[in-house]
Design a protein. Sequence first.
Length: 411
Amino acid sequence: MNKTLEIFLGILTAMGGFVEIGELTFMMNAGSQFHYQLLWVVALGVVGIMVYGEIAGRVAAVRGQAVFNVVRERAGMRLGLLTLVSATLVCLLTCAAEIGAIALVWELLSGWPYRALLLLAMVFLLLVIWFLPFKAIERVFGLFGLLMVVFIVVAWKMHPDWLQAAGGLVPSLPPGPTDKQLLYGYYAVALISSVMLPYETYFYASGAIEDHWTPRDINLNRVIVIVGFALGGLLAAALMIIGNQFLGPRHIEAGLPGTAALAAASQFGRAGLWLAIGGMFFAFAGAAIETAMCSAYDIAQFFGWPWGKFRKPRNAPRFALAWMIVLVLATLVVLTGVDPIQVVEYSIVFSVVILPLTYFPLMAISRDPDVMGVHVNGPIANTLGWLYFVLITIAAVAAIPLLVLTHGGQG
């Protein structure tokens, strides 16, 4: 019974924490600009995060090592340090965007000054991480993030052309000028990055160790990543459908959380509005907590410091100090007045650049029978893992040129 409950809660947590401000923005804007033509990227990305999530969880269960233990061991000090610095900066930018998004949600509800709400959001997150144990954080923000399911129902109620949507699962370039096709390429790269954000893998593997997984939990790991991420992908696809059905005809850009909330209100009135706002708050707050903690996890794992929420702060002082510093620095970033939506767009593009640095060490260790024993990669994990490594390497090379050529996705 306990194992069944663990599987159920794990699946719900994976789904509830899947969509954050970057994915919400990119998915809805992609639907608005390209209809269903980028749904194939969502499907591709979901399979990719399943592959690497399963590998990271399996390595954590078998070896008791999270991602940056593996990065240090397999990539060496120099390349490992480059990966660590890059990952920490991306987590910092993503955390800043999520804090800004929380403040925007609260501003929508209260009308209070945005900068004051940024400070309030930072204090709230500091208190949550300090006082709540890992499982409570995982369950509260994962499960209440499931309020985002309202967007799946909204997409269904908008009666999209399902045949046309199914056609979006087949890659095809949009007709039109080169600028339009470059923008399509930019969104394709950004969407694959938003679905396969590296911090998801960092947090997932670290969480497996926080929950004291052993090789007996390998089947649990597979069920969670396959079912949980598939349901999260369904939510992402629903947001693209809403972008096509609601934003496109009105020529609206999903620049603020309130835009997404209006889409829910258009179908369910005040109830839809509150469900959407509640879901976005828990999703954004969960992502802010994950990215702040991921930075601390990564640094502590790389340098061999004691880490983990299962340890009291006095027993892992550098780990605790690291996530507090990240939250403060992230808040300072958005206090400068920078648009959190622009911050998250840049963080997502730069995330894809570091994906190969993160996933190559995982592939190297997970296919090594001397390290993994009977739990080494099978043919499917090996084939998919290396195919996706080639794919994300191509995306990493294309990301910065596409960012420049499309003026940050502005066309």
